[in-house]
Write a protein that binds this ligand. Structure first.
Ligand code: MG
Length: 300
């Protein structure tokens, strides 16, 4: 199969990246980062998350961040929400899009939200109801789709099952998270092929982590299977909150650098992206894991 000629990239650093930071990040720094990202050509930015401030202290100021950022025409600024309460706040502040999350594995879901995956589907349904009644687009996120640190390997059939539950609620774009970097090209291929055959109505987004060095290899595998929608985090932010500098999400600049050289259009300016990465580096403790930030682009 020919590779896609262009891809969409959703920037998740301001939410997924900062959420995992051990150090407290100020509201002003978050706003500065999102504004810098808005200058790069990125069209999708996951900006905030309306979750319990007790669970995720670094997202407690999401309302203030939302109000302070400069919202550019043509950019979709989205919020991650776990339940009805979060969705109602997102609707009230007027986000452009919402994502609701669930895990593929009970082990992870129980630790994350103290419910089994099946129990969490009731929350997903309530979020879907709020999104529908407020006419806000809703996408889904399924974490631990390529392996779970507690339950081990996740069968592709299980990922299909959880996808079906979401699809039945009208959620037709779903992101598959390699939450702790257990994905390899083989597992990525197995999951995507299962989804394509059993839930063809669902548009796929891949959310890869580079924890074990397979991040961009997994991207290439997904591209070969026709996937053209990816999450990435500026600087590669989003590592384990328990280890400084641990590699998290694939870095947006590493992804753009590779794709553009392959002739796959991203619409993103690499120089501006590196500027945004330097903004992130200014408030993150320890060096960001991004490779291109460290080495510079291949031709510079
Ligand atoms: Mg992530």
């Amino acid at each position: 199969m020919a590779l896609p000629t262009s891809v969409r990239i959703r920037e998740v650093g301001p939410r997924d990246g900062i959420q995992s930071e051990k150090a407290e990040v100020s509201t002003a720094d978050k706003v500065k980062l999102i504004d810098a990202l808005s200058d790069t050509g990125l069209r999708l930015i996951e900006a905030v998350s309306f979750v319990s401030p007790k669970a995720i202290p670094n997202m407690a100021d999401s309302r203030q961040v939302w109000e302070a950022i400069t919202k550019r025409e043509g950019i979709v600024y989205s919020a991650l929400v776990p339940n009805r309460k979060g969705a109602e706040i997102a609707a009230e502040v007027g986000v452009d899009s919402m994502q609701v999350f669930i895990a593929a594995s009970d082990g992870y879901n129980l630790r994350n939200v103290k419910k089994t995956v099946e129990e969490s589907i009731a929350d997903v349904a309530e979020v879907a109801e709020v999104a529908r009644s407020s006419a806000i687009p809703l996408e889904g996120t399924i974490s631990t789709a390529f392996g779970c640190p507690y339950d081990g390997d996740i069968a592709p059939e299980r990922v299909v099952e959880v996808t079906r539950w979401m699809s039945e609620l009208g959620i037709r774009t779903i992101s598959y998270g390699d939450t702790t970097g257990m994905g390899t090209p083989r597992r990525v291929r197995e999951v995507i092929e299962a989804l394509r055959s059993d839930t063809p109505e669902v548009e796929l987004n891949m959310h890869f982590h580079d924890t074990r060095g397979t991040g961009l290899a997994n991207v290439l595998t997904a591209l070969e299977l026709g996937v053209d929608y990816f999450d990435a985090s500026i600087g590669g932010m989003g590592g384990s909150p328990y280890a400084d500098g641990a590699t998290g999400n694939i870095a947006t600049e590493d992804l753009v650098h590779m794709l553009e050289d392959m002739g796959i259009s991203t619409g993103v300016d690499l120089g501006a992206l590196l500027e945004a990465a330097r903004v992130a580096q200014s408030f993150i403790r320890g060096p960001l894991p991004s490779k291109v930030l460290k080495a510079g682009p291949r031709n510079h």
